[in-house]
Design a protein around this ligand. Sequence first.
Ligand code: ATP
Ligand code: MG
Length: 391
Amino acid sequence: MNKLFKQGIKIANILEDNGYEAYIVGGSVRDLLLNRQINDIDITTNATPEEIEKVYKDFKQIDIGKKFGTIKILDNNDEFEITTFRSEKGYSDGRHPDEVSFTKSIYDDLKRRDLTINSIAFRNGEIYDPFNGKKDIKNKVIKAVGNPEERIKEDALRILRAVRFSIQLDFKIDNELKEAIKRNKNRLDLVSKERINEELNKMLIANPFKTIKTLKELDILNNIFTNIEIKNINKLKNIDKDIHEILAIMFLTNNKDKVENTLRDLKYSNNDIEVISQIVENYRENYSRYELRKMIFNIGIDNSKKTMEVFKIINGKENDNFEEILNNNFPKSRKEIAISGDDIKKLGFKEGKEIGSILKVIEEEILKGNVENDKEKIKNFILERIFYENF
Ligand code: ATP
Ligand code: MG
């Protein structure tokens, strides 16, 4: 059995030894049954938060939400979240429970969980599975615990969690849940953009093609991506797990402003926004050698490689010249230009603006191959050019 899960059993047994019930629940039990990598272990118990603290007094503890019954303990640097059995009610904002109360029953705790596959509990070597999650794992189906319509109305995030798990696990979404999602799709407005971002990223990285296909089928693609054209969906079949390349391919036909606004609205980081919009802006069906050099110079090696990866995915073949240009000695950034503003000043130019525009011309001429990136040669080039014409 999985090492982390075994360690979880050891941790749960400490509660058992003190006379409490302790179940491992949620994602780790699901992933154990699916033979998938287990990331974190959640334990649920009838012990109160104070009792949990007492039982684990020899462990390092982090209070991450004692009010809601959760205490995190550390064992060999592994974290275990231990939560008192909870039930939840009243979801007036369509996203969070108004009231969380502690309960004495594992059944109630499992009942508040979203999907049958996430509502399986494990105790003393046995599975407790009142909502038939194991059967749904076997049949590869995503099903809500209880009435899907009600469960979505309580918390609209469950729409995206259902989609995300169906994509990560390659499971079908049960028909009744599917219909409830379609009927309640506008409730996605109640979910914060941060949480949409989180779920969206997980699904896109797991399988971008299937993500778009599923979101379309459920008619929620436009609820997530408002006001931007999504193209090249078939090309997403061939892509690696790079979120920048995935989003750039999807947005390739839109202008820079639209791409940036959409990504900003979806709470992507400034770095993500910059990388993705640079790929979109620099993508072309053909590149001259000069255009390749200029791209590398302007957006750097890493982003250029991503742009070329997108080129390859769209066109089904590599760009012939990129590797060679990457390996030749044209300057790859402003830093690598062999002459500085100071050097130009020493030639007798004074104004900052003038020096700046000379540097720009020089960069361009070097990238075009009209002058070598060598200080003396550049100096001569500048002086010659002044002789004939002005900058
Ligand atoms: P992973 O961590 O791999 O994304 P997970 O199932 O562990 O999957 P978490 O978000 O860590 O997901 O949640 C832990 C458990 O809490 C879930 O397995 C589920 O039982 C429950 N849960 C999480 N979010 C919700 C929700 N919005 N509504 C109901 N139950 C939820
Ligand atoms: Mg988890």
